[in-house]
Structure formats: structure tokens, C-alpha cells
Ligand binder design. Structure first.
Ligand SMILES: O=C(O)CCC(=O)C(=O)O
Length: 265
């Protein structure tokens, strides 16, 4: 299976419309890949909080249209990263879209863990409540977005729901790049799954981005890692390695579920 991770630069100098055209063209160039992955909030930048409201789109907005077409033109499964979604009956959401090779929407995932503590995304957007997996012909994707990477219980729940390839679409800052790499490898090892993690390059809202998109196998080996700049990372992997790893080293079967807090008389 071939995956292409498109690590684009999100800089303020480029308009959203022109970035959308550029990204659609990059997706088309990945014809021949099985799966193409884009980063989080690449229309605005994940830290450009004041742009969220201005650039928010209904689910089937301009990014949806452009990415559905790009997926079908390229004939790929496309994780189109996320957009600030305007729900007519609710708040904004940080919503990822996945399209099938015929350009149909296969899944939408609203980011569950919002970043910013009591600022930024955490107050501007609503929290998703549903786990999302997507069945592809040779693997099942488990979807996550950026800050979600810090919450292992989300990934364990995705594995329980059948995920074998954990996709992380992110706009991770350079300041905490070491956490990004470490957590991507940890999620792969503990869940005996592939991790395909796509970040952004460039600087927006004064926040330099980490880049370093990464693909990790179920043994924790890094199959490919991008540098800091704009780059398309392409990697071939055997999805059968998940079942083989889980069979040969069956640690997931040794989970002790339902642990209780210590008893204090
Ligand atoms: O957890 C982090 O360090 C970065 C998270 C983040 O930037 C985000 O979720 O947008």
C-alpha cells in the first residue's frame, strides 16, 4: 500500500483560494497512491484563531468540493485534513474529511480534544464526540487531529473499533517537535498499528510549524520522516504487518480492563 503525506506550508502571504488550488493540484499529482493525507486546518492555519470564523465553511463548502474532485481525479483515498466547519445549528468544529477514490465523502471527524486550555480553539470551537474509523480495501483508518495525539485512550478506543492505521492530521508547532515524534512512535508501539502523521510547514500567526510529518510501523520503526519545509512524503507499507505484529507479540491481549482505583478504608 502506498501513502503520500502532503506537508504543505501555511503562510499568511498566500490566499486561502490559492492554497486550495495548490493543494488540489498536489493531490492530483499523487495518482497511483492508495492513500493521501493532508494536515489540520490548512486553509487558515491551526493557530490563526481570528481566521476561523472568517473562513469557516459548511461541511459541503469550497474545500469539500475541491477535495472531492481532487480525490476522484487522482483516484485515491484522500484524508483531506480539516476545515473550520460552520454547523448551522451549533458552534464551529475542527472537522476532518475523508473521500473515497470516486470522490464521495467516506467520513467526517470532528476533533475531540481541542487545543488552547482556556483560549484559542478550546473556546472558539465545539468538541467532537464520536470516534471515526474508515474501512479501506487493505486497512482500517482511525482518525485523529493534532492535540488528540496526547490522549492514548482515544487511540486505544479506535483500535478496539478495528483501526489498524492511525492517521494524525496536525498543525503541530516547532516548539514541541520532540513530543510529536515521541508520541507518534508511542501510539504506534502501544497500539501495534501504523501511524501516518501529517503536519504543516511554514509560519502562521507567529507560530513556526514543526513539519517532520512521520510514518511509523507497528513495531515503532520510523518508515519515513519529512524535514521542516514543504514536502510530499511517500511511503510503501504492508498493512498485513499489523496482524503479524499482534500475533507474534500479542501484548494487546494482555490488557487488564476495568482496573479500579485503590480501596481506601
Ligand atoms: O499538543 C500540542 O503540543 C500541539 C497541539 C496543537 O497545536 C493543536 O491541537 O492544534
Amino acid at each position: 500500500m502506498r501513502a503520500s503525506v502532503i506537508q504543505i506550508a501555511v503562510d499568511e502571504g498566500e490566499s486561502v483560494e490559492s492554497r486550495r488550488r495548490r493543494v488540489a493540484s498536489l493531490v492530483r499529482q499523487q495518482a497511483g497512491s492508495d492513500l493521501v493525507v493532508l494536515p489540520e486546518l490548512w486553509t487558515t492555519g491551526a493557530f490563526a484563531y481570528e481566521e476561523f470564523g472568517r473562513e469557516a465553511e459548511p461541511l459541503e463548502g469550497p474545500t469539500y468540493e475541491a477535495m472531492a474532485k481532487a480525490a476522484s481525479d487522482a483516484g485515491v483515498w484522500l484524508h483531506a485534513g480539516s476545515v473550520p466547519e460552520r454547523d448551522p445549528e451549533g458552534p464551529l468544529y475542527n472537522t476532518s474529511l475523508v473521500f473515497s477514490p470516486s470522490g464521495d465523502l467516506a467520513a467526517a471527524y470532528r476533533k475531540i480534544h481541542r487545543f488552547g486550555f482556556d483560549k484559542g480553539e478550546a473556546v472558539l470551537m465545539g468538541a467532537g464526540e464520536e470516534l471515526v474509523t474508515v474501512r479501506l480495501p487493505r486497512t482500517t483508518l482511525g482518525l485523529s487531529t493534532c492535540y488528540d495525539l496526547r490522549f492514548p485512550e482515544l487511540f486505544r478506543a479506535l483500535v478496539d473499533a478495528g483501526a489498524e492505521t492511525l492517521v494524525v492530521s496536525a498543525g503541530w508547532p516547532e516548539r514541541r517537535r520532540s513530543h510529536w515524534t515521541l508520541l507518534a512512535q508511542a501510539r504506534a508501539v502501544e497500539n501495534q498499528s501504523f501511524v501516518v502523521a501529517c503536519g504543516t510547514a511554514g509560519t502562521h500567526a507567529g507560530v513556526p510549524q514543526a513539519g517532520h510529518s512521520i510514518v511509523v510501523d507497528p513495531w515503532g520503526e520510523v518508515l519515513a520522516e519529512a524535514g521542516a519545509g514543504e514536502e510530499v512524503l511517500t511511503v510503501e507499507f504492508d498493512p498485513g504487518k499489523v496482524a503479524a505484529t499482534r500475533e507474534q507479540f500479542p501484548a494487546l491481549k494482555d490488557r487488564m480492563l476495568g482496573l479500579q482505583p485503590p480501596h481506601r478504608p
